[in-house]
Design a protein around this ligand. Structure first.
Ligand code: URA
Length: 204
């Protein structure tokens, strides 16, 4: 069994917070083991809780379409959430629940070691850009360590709001170029030269 599958097995019986009492299933995450891109949403909803899989409801169908717009299938990326259990009535995750779940996510990131993390929604964006407004930073990337973080609106919000829908579709289309640049930065490992501003498209 792979280390990632072992981690999923560890997550399944998790009792670290109160959400364990009401969930049907834990939703660890799924997808490729060594993908370039990892998507992080907020929390499982009704369908995810029933099936134990992330993004399988209407927001998930939209995410699958968005991935197709850049020629990616779900199996080519890894998809997970900030918290692994559904909050009752789909309420927002509480700070204590996010904190209790954090080390699962950290271990997933460490094992998967993606080149790029795409955050879906505010809670996920707060992992790398706490205090920023998603309306300001969606569609932009920042490098932290050797991972590129790219913020997007949550597909569930964008599904029913035409202007957000346009934004999320356009942001998705930027991902291949951001990733291509991330790859060349990682592979060539250039000496930092002030005149060669390789990362200027990441705003840093
Ligand atoms: N919304 C999320 O944030 N995650 C899911 O898995 C489904 C809906």
């Amino acid at each position: 069994m792979s280390k990632l599958s072992q981690l999923h097995e560890e997550i399944l019986p998790c009792q670290r917070c109160q959400l364990a009492r009401q969930r049907t299933r834990t939703v660890p995450g799924e997808g490729a083991e060594n993908p370039d891109i990892m998507f992080i949403g907020e929390a499982p909803g009704y369908h995810e809780d029933q099936q134990g899989r992330p993004f399988v409801g209407s927001a998930g169908q939209f995410l699958t379409q968005l991935l197709a717009s850049i020629n990616l299938k779900r199996e080519q990326v890894y998809i997970t959430n900030v918290i692994k259990c559904r909050p009752p009535q789909n309420r927002d995750p509480l700070p204590g629940e996010i904190a209790a779940c954090r080390s699962w996510l950290d271990r997933q990131i460490e094992l998967i070691h993606p080149k790029m993390i795409v955050t879906l929604g505010r809670y996920s964006m707060a992992l790398f850009a706490d205090g920023k407004s998603i309306s300001k930073i969606h569609g932009t990337a920042q490098k932290k360590g050797d991972i590129i973080y790219f913020a997007m609106y949550h597909p569930a919000a964008a599904l029913h709001q035409q202007s957000l829908r346009h934004d999320i579709e356009q942001d998705m289309l930027k991902i291949p170029a951001v990733l291509a640049q991330a790859k060349s930065v990682a592979e060539v490992k250039p000496e930092p030269k002030p005149e060669a501003k390789q990362l200027n498209m990441f705003g840093g």
